[in-house]
Design a protein around this ligand. Structure first.
Ligand SMILES: NC(=O)c1ccc[n+]([C@@H]2O[C@H](COP(=O)([O-])OP(=O)(O)OC[C@H]3O[C@@H](n4cnc5c(N)ncnc54)[C@H](OP(=O)(O)O)[C@@H]3O)[C@@H](O)[C@H]2O)c1
Length: 332
């Protein structure tokens, strides 16, 4: 494994992180979840990403149990706040009330005294940004969160948060967590240039397009048993990648992976890691073999010819519009 600074912060994270969305507490049984975490640790992965909302708060509990007994200083635990964790009007969003309550609940579920990274899962259009930034800063002063970050925020939203932090003398955002992979490249034109200037690292999600870039889904083919596309919740999220056009183009990436001596999923993860501003790729895995395979993308460099070939093969399937980074207008 290789380790990188998160943005301009002093924090080092494993360039491949393990995230438990869709899997822990839902698609994957507890024993398999624990085996995935154990395999991740064994591969040198130290950075673990979850969220209060995953599996209706159960994912944090599973991660807490899976990391029990591990020396706290040897791992970085990242979680998030924004999406609803209950039915109440204040069980969501980035108000001071919900941030404080959700952080305390996450600490309990994760069985830890502090979060290494606390992230705003989306931008909250209903809460003054200064209220959110002050609440995050309070958590940092209290030692409950060591660093703060955001997820799926637009460049102008990140810029506004930095301005407020600087004016009010508050802790600055050091990371952004956007979707980023060979197909979904919407951060490249605005978010990445701003982040590079401001010292913010990208920890990118769905680097394998939820499994679509492994090549295991064939256009018009039978869905592999136990895969995300067959999961009651996962199927909804992976749909955007399951078009015949995308799946056909993905099959054509196989010779590029072979030439580089990589599996398809390793090619996908390695691609994200060598793009500008990326600090880590957060991979998912429903089985330990997957995390072991994906972790081997660490340290891989793809040559210019391979990068050009990937662009040529994916062609018009590549999505670049920065306007597609958007948080809900209302949190209800
Ligand atoms: N901030 C946000 O809004 C946000 C949103 C989504 C995700 N995330 C974070 O990003 C993490 C990763 O997202 P993701 O799970 O979509 O990432 P991903 O790495 O693109 O997809 C992971 C899924 O692909 C399949 N897979 C992975 N490796 C494979 C392999 N070697 N061979 C075959 N299949 C393989 C597995 O699903 P199956 O085995 O079930 O097919 C696995 O669960 C999440 O856990 C979460 O921490 C954040």
């Amino acid at each position: 494994m290789e380790y990188r600074h998160l943005g301009r912060s002093g924090l080092k994270i494993s360039e491949i992180a393990y995230g438990n969305w869709i899997t822990h507490g839902s698609q994957v049984a507890e024993d398999a979840a624990k085996a995935c975490v154990a395999a991740a640790l064994d591969e040198g992965i130290t950075t673990f990403d979850t969220a209060d909302v995953y599996a209706g708060t159960k994912a944090e509990e599973v991660l807490g149990r899976a990391l029990r007994g591990i020396r706290r200083g040897s791992v970085e635990i990242f979680t998030k706040v924004y999406w609803p964790t209950g039915s109440g009007a204040n069980d969501r969003g980035l108000s001071r009330k919900h941030i404080v309550e959700s952080a305390n609940a996450s600490l309990k579920r994760l069985q830890t005294d502090y979060l290494d990274m606390y992230q705003a899962h989306r931008y909250d259009h209903e809460t003054p940004l200064a209220e959110t930034m002050r609440a995050f800063d309070d958590l940092v002063r209290q030692g409950k969160a060591l660093y703060i970050g955001v997820s799926e925020w637009r460049a102008e939203e990140i810029a506004a948060a930095l301005r407020i932090a600087d004016e009010m003398g508050l802790d600055r955002i050091v990371s952004n967590q956007p979707q980023y992979n060979m197909i979904w490249r919407v951060i490249e034109s605005e978010v990445v240039p701003l982040s590079e200037k401001e010292g913010i690292g990208q920890i990118v999600w769905s680097p394998i397009a939820q499994g679509a870039l492994t090549g295991k889904y064939l256009p018009g083919g039978v869905l592999p048993a136990g895969s995300r596309a067959t999961d009651s919740r996962g199927a909804f999220f992976i749909t955007e990648y399951m078009t015949d056009d995308i799946l056909r183009r993905v099959q054509n990436l196989r010779p590029v992976a072979d030439e580089a001596g990589l599996t398809m999923s390793q090619l996908a993860v390695a691609w994200t890691l060598q793009n500008r501003g990326v600090a880590a790729a957060i991979v998912g895995a429903s089985r330990p073999e997957q995390i072991r395979e994906n972790a081997k993308a660490a340290g891989v460099r793809l040559d210019e010819a391979a990068l050009a070939k990937i662009d040529e093969i994916l062609g018009s399937a590549i999505v670049r519009d920065p306007a597609l980074t958007a948080s809900p207008r209302s949190r209800d």
